[in-house]
Write a protein that binds this ligand. Structure first.
Ligand code: SF4
Length: 1001
């Protein structure tokens, strides 16, 4: 039976009323409010302690509006949440300026700098950790203020009476009163504090407490509301409206005291009704019925209360309560999705998904998105802004800013350039057509050259690619350099050791403008909200405008604030609505069906993170929220939910990640013990059966329409020899894996530099030899020293720029310099055998003519770039080709054993012999070929003696190679089946593995 609304008495004290929090709660409340209006003949003011049921209460008032109301109370009673009511306090504009979260965090930062005693505390924290700690400090300070400030209420009341005179002077007075109170309370509180942590916190509190704090504003607002009521009562007592306070959730003891005091004072001028929730007929567990005792401990139920619970359970038991257990996470999400779908099919329009397990709820949400616009999904759990695409794009720019002065990593650069909000043509001030494929081209260059980080490295890689393109019939792309210059210029703007917050904000906005990101973010719902959050960083008009901090501190502050911000989805009209919400948000709200996911013993009840600084006992002393209070509240929320809604599905994962069995929440187990017929349903995904064919080795026949390349590089030919299927995938289909940048230094660009510097060195040697007075003619030892010295210097010079881009390259240079003396020894030994350096880095090739099966004559060019040619001094027809390898000798020897599968040197030899003019070797024949290691293991004796490895039986190898390549290319052009077949050593690094599915056959 509902409790009747009280008859309004003339006694000057609040009147108590309680409603039963079941499905009829809002109707009951609405009827009571109308009753109050009728009894007092005034339009009541209804303030709800939480905002959740606001819309429901207004709707219920409308539905239950009594007929024939007199005109003075015909308007809907005003219903407002406590927070909004505070904001609406008269004269609130004169209150101390409200501090933003950011300003409060900055105040922690400033105090930290000022007071040495606090610094030791934050020392061990990273920047992000320190900001997190700052938030905890602020929360704790608010808890302390909550206890102290009520003692100031009468002073605040007095001060408010004078605040119309001069706002400035008034604020000063408020500040003074507060300072005195804080100083006094500090002495009292510090007596209760024994540990160092709390002592430091108290010190913080003393320094941080400010008249702009929300606690102070709350008290000022309440005092102002009271003043207004008092003034109205003095003028005309009949104008003061009845005040109905609806306590929708159990308050913290400190809040209870505060509101009790307010209601008592207000009752001196007008009717006050305090509405609580009556758990008598709703509680399903004793703790939900009995609550806490005066000491804050959970009360033990007596036998009458136990039988009340028993009867509640029997009367509220619903056949539609379902208990569903799923074994794995995915199955849990599927089961939740299926439950929601079944409710939708049954015609339910307003469904709640209670996200006790937030991950599973997110996953279910993703699965439900296939229902499209027919289902509107409202996520009230606070979807973090940082998880949106817009925030990820913005973050990619922060990563560039954060990069050291040498430049970002290539992955960070590409991530930023590939973000969809970056406007390339706007940035380069050029037409969109010019930009097509530009970033893909940059990516190709950076990956191919393994340019891993640093502006100089990127620039060099592009310059080399451009000059290669220029000398090989391609077209160099100047926009690539422009692009690097553009991002580098913006990055340079951030290279200051300290920056002040307001100019950092201006610079950031300028960056977003220049990259065209502002425009694109404005056209995106999440982007717009992100820009709004960023506006909070405009400190130019506040007290922190000149505050200076280091760039990493500022960036992590920025990230933390974005991390805290929630993303609000725009609502759309749809056939049905699914609200994803926490259990606490279901209070006094009505749903057609509820799906509660995560009802296992670990997640239900769920407790908020314990405060960093206060123990549960200290919390009790501070009259703050305790674990016991949270436990009771959740038992009540769950009782209310089960009692108010017929269709409730309770789902949990019955096996934990580690495979341990997980039981349902103790509350559910207790219900099961009483309701014997309440069975658990095993939520199993629907299984579909089918038979699979065993996979056999992959073979492919190149399609007639598939173009076959008419140029073949030595490496492409090697790929064809290694595994025809791999060649098919990479060269014919052109499929390529998006390569990651490997850890460790970029061997490739360094390799190129090494080749280039050796060429420069040997050209310089040739020039020097022409000088008759040069010391190099003074015997082997002087020549040796000259060569070592020059190669050292030449190496320093060529590597200089690369090191500027990435200091780690210095190690590679030093490794190479250790090789130089023994490399020169090998060179001298070679010279003693009559060989002289002739030319290097020479593009060279030969053409094979074949007739394809259609009878068409095909000219295939086999071409590459030879590292070096030597000529013999005494034998005027002899020449040799050399390939430098940045590998150890062991690898080179292994390679030589399969020379026909990796015939790079034979290709160059044949190319030089077929066209001696192009090879700059007229009259000579290449009859010798060598690999030379640039990475010999000197300490193992791999020096001058075994730095080089010569191709054995060269004439025979050449003949075999020529026969083989013709056969291979004929098969390729005949489009014969290309089989996946290679030794594991090749497959290990093969990008086509996922396509050929090696390992499955
Ligand atoms: S994984 Fe091995 S068999 Fe498969 S395509 Fe690559 S190299 Fe060939």
């Amino acid at each position: 039976m509902p409790n009747p609304f009280p008859t309004i008495s003339k006694q000057k004290q609040p009147q108590a009323w309680a409603i039963t929090p079941n499905s009829q709660a809002l109707t009951e409340l609405a009827k009571g409010i109308w009753d109050c209006a009728k009894q007092t003949q005034k339009r009541p003011l209804v303030v709800l302690s939480t905002a959740g049921p606001l819309i429901g209460v207004r709707a219920a008032l409308e539905q239950n509006r009594p007929k024939d109301l007199p005109s003075n109370i015909a308007f809907l009673p005003q219903v407002i949440s406590f927070t909004d009511w505070l904001e609406a306090a008269p004269g609130a504009w004169k209150f101390p300026k409200k501090q933003t979260d950011l300003e409060r965090w900055l105040s922690v930062f400033v105090n930290l700098r000022k007071h040495k005693v606090l610094q030791s505390w934050f020392k061990a924290e990273s920047e992000a950790g320190a900001w997190g700690l700052a938030q905890a400090v602020i929360d704790a300070c608010d808890s302390l203020s909550e206890v102290v400030v009520p003692k100031l209420q009468s002073e605040l009341n007095d001060l408010l009476q004078t605040h119309t005179i001069d706002t400035e002077a008034w604020l000063k007075k408020v500040e003074l009163v507060l300072d005195q109170a804080v100083a006094k309370a500090y002495v009292g509180l510090s007596r209760n504090v024994v540990d160092e942590e709390s002592a430091v916190l108290l010190t913080f509190w003393r320094y941080l407490t400010n008249i702009g704090d929300p606690v102070i504003r709350k008290h000022l607002a309440m005092a102002a509301q009271m003043q207004l009521a008092k003034a109205n009562a003095e003028k005309n007592p009949t104008t003061v409206r009845p005040f109905i306070w609806v306590q929708t959730a159990d308050p913290k003891p400190i809040d209870q005291e505060l509101i009790d005091g307010y209601l008592n004072d207000y009752a001196q001028f007008a009717t006050v009704v305090r509405v609580d929730l009556d758990w008598q007929s709703v509680a399903l567990w004793p703790e939900a019925l009995c609550g806490l005792d005066a000491e804050g401990h959970i009360q033990v139920a007596n036998s009458a209360e136990d039988s009340q619970i028993e009867s509640n359970l029997q009367s509220h038991r619903q056949a539609e309560w379902r208990l569903l257990a799923a074994r794995r996470f995915e199955e849990l999400a599927w089961a939740a999705t299926k439950s929601i779908e079944s409710h939708l099919i049954a015609g339910k329009k307003n469904i709640a998904l209670v996200a006790q397990d937030r991950l599973a709820a997110r996953r279910a949400r993703a699965l439900l998105s296939r229902l499209g616009s027919a289902l509107r999904i409202r996520d009230e759990t606070g979807w973090k802004l940082s998880t949106t695409r817009a925030a990820a794009a913005f973050n990619s720019w922060l990563e560039i800013i954060r990069a050291p002065k040498e430049g970002p990593s290539a992955s960070a650069l590409l991530e930023f350039l590939q973000n969809p909000y970056f406007d390339l043509s706007h940035s380069l001030n050029t037409s969109p057509e010019v930009c097509v494929g530009l970033i893909a081209q940059l990516e190709d260059i950076l990956i191919a050259s393994q340019a891993k980080s640093g502006w100089e490295t990127f620039t060099m890689a592009i310059e080399r690619a451009n000059s290669y393109a220029a000398s090989n019939g391609g077209s160099p792309n100047a926009h690539l350099i422009d692009l690097i210059k553009f991002v580098r210029r913006l990055h340079n703007g951030w290279q200051q050791s300290m920056l002040d917050c307001s100019s950092a904000y201006v610079l950031l906005q300028k960056n977003l403008q220049e990259t065209g990101m502002v425009q694109k973010l404005e056209n995106d719902a999440a982007g717009k909200q992100l820009l709004e959050v960023l506006k909070g960083f405009d400190l130019s008009s506040g007290i922190y405008k000149d505050l200076k901090m280091r760039l990493p501190e500022w960036l992590s502050l920025l990230k933390t604030i974005i991390e805290e911000a929630s993303y609000e989805e725009a609502g759309k009209e749809a056939l049905a609505t699914l609200s994803i919400l926490p259990l606490s948000s279901t209070r006094l709200r009505q749903f057609d069906a509820v799906v509660l996911v995560g009802c296992d013993e670990q997640q239900l009840p769920a407790f908020s993170e314990p405060p960093l600084f206060f123990s549960d006992t200290l919390n009790r002393y501070l009259k703050s929220s305790t674990i016991a209070a949270q436990y009771i509240q959740q038992a009540r929320d769950l009782s209310q939910l089960l009692v108010s809604c017929k269709n409730v599905d309770l789902l949990w994962q019955s096996k934990s990640k580690s495979g341990e069995p997980l039981r349902p929440s103790a509350w559910i187990q207790r219900l099961q013990a009483k309701l014997k017929d309440w069975r658990v349903i095993d939520a199993k995904p629907e299984l579909y059966e089918g038979k699979s064919q065993p996979i056999s080795m992959s073979v492919s026949m190149p399609n007639q329409n598939l173009a076959i390349p008419i140029t073949v590089s030595p490496s492409a030919y090697k790929a064809l020899r290694d595994c025809p299927y791999r060649y098919y995938v990479s060269s014919l289909l052109g499929l390529r894996k998006a390569k990651e940048f490997e850890e460790g230094f970029d061997a490739s660009l360094a390799g190129q530099i090494l080749h280039a510097l050796l060429k420069t060195f040997f050209q310089a040697l040739k020039t020097e030899e022409e000088k008759s007075h040069s010391p190099i003619h003074q015997g082997n030892e002087v020549r040796r020293l000259w060569m070592i010295d020059h190669l050292m210097k030449c190496s320093e010079k060529e590597f200089e720029r690369l090191i500027a881009g990435d200091a780690r390259v210095l190690g590679t240079l030093r490794d190479w310099q250790k090789q130089i003396p023994s490399f020169i020894d090998w060179q001298i030994q070679r010279e003693n055998e009559g060989w002289r350096y002739h030319d290097a880095e020479l593009p060279i090739g030969f053409t094979l003519s074949l007739t394809d099966p259609d009878g068409v004559q095909r000219d295939i060019r086999i071409a590459g770039r030879a590292d070096r040619f030597d000529i013999h001094e005494s034998n005027t027809t002899a020449a040799a080709v050399i390939d430098y390898k940045n590998q150890k000798m062991k690898k080179i020897v292994d390679r030589s054993e399969n020379i026909l599968d990796d015939p790079q040197l034979l290709i160059y030899a044949r190319a030089a012999n077929e066209n001696t003019i192009a090879a700059h070797l007229p009259g000579r024949t290449v009859g010798e070929a060598q690999w030379v290691s640039l990475k010999a293991e000197i300490d193992k004796g791999e020096d001058k003696n075994i730095r080089a490895h010569t191709v054995e039986d060269m004439p025979n190898a050449m003949a075999q190679f020529s026969e083989q390549i013709e056969k291979d290319l004929n098969s390729l052009w005949a489009r014969k089946p290309m089989q996946a077949f290679a030794p594991d050593s090749v497959c290990q690094y093969c990008e086509a593995r996922g396509i050929c599915r090696k390992g499955m056959w």
